[in-house]
Design a protein around this ligand. Sequence first.
Ligand code: NAD
Length: 262
Amino acid sequence: MSAPQLLAGKNILVTGVTMDSSIGFAIARCAQEYGARVLISNFGQALRITRRIAKRLPEEPPVLELDVTDPEHLAGLPDVLREHLGDDARLDGVVHSIAYGNPETLLGGKFLDGPWEDVARAIEVSAYSLKALTVACRPLLGDGSSVVGLTFDASVAWPVYDWMGVAKAGLESTSRYLARDLGADGIRVNLVSAGPLRTLAAKAIPGFEDLETMWKTRAPLGWDNADTQPTARAVCALLSDLFPATTGEIVHVDGGFHAMGA
Ligand code: NAD
């Protein structure tokens, strides 16, 4: 069965694509299957891998260099996007699929010792960057544009997630304030809260298996930690016109785990 053309005619930037295990890769593939014109981005040394991995998508997309903490990259982004999409182009969707926290100092049970410099970097890359990226894209955003990010439910404290949990709480709050300030322009900002998925970033978390085990036993729908597709589909639904009155929302794609008490 062919995929519904939910995103036909839409231009979508997907950040944070490194490996084909990246959630961003699954989102880019899903968005292309739903008819979107997709651009992907990454930063630093990982960019080399992204250029290779891009060839595995149904259609090879342009690969942009974008470090979300680099003011020059952010300031130049509208021009780079116009180079690829045309002078009058608009951006219908922006996907923030980016996080970083030093696994040696901030994760795996190091909460009481995490140094501020590392915490500050984690919050800048993982939370503040949602605002920075959205504002950088703003000249091309308009009525109906949709910004979607990825979180790991920050309403509670988890084993091993530590300072990344604090950064995610910041991301969740940032998305609500963006929703507040961009709503008047018809721009929606939402997050998808995914269960544990075996990506590069996740495998770097010491003790990540503890979270995976909890999901295996408690998610009422079950949970496949190698399947990024349900998460990608939810992101694409939020990018589409199917949720015109939804903003500042967090959609859980976690097999129902968040709704269980035990
Ligand atoms: P990933 O490692 O494949 O993706 C993270 C991406 O962030 C990488 O492509 C990396 O290059 C990019 N990145 C880091 N610093 C950057 C910077 N300064 N500028 C630009 N890009 C930068 O891992 P993933 O699991 O696909 O992560 C994607 C998102 O999904 C993250 O926000 C993550 O927290 C979130 N998430 C992951 C899980 C999980 O279990 N894997 C669960 C819930 C939410």
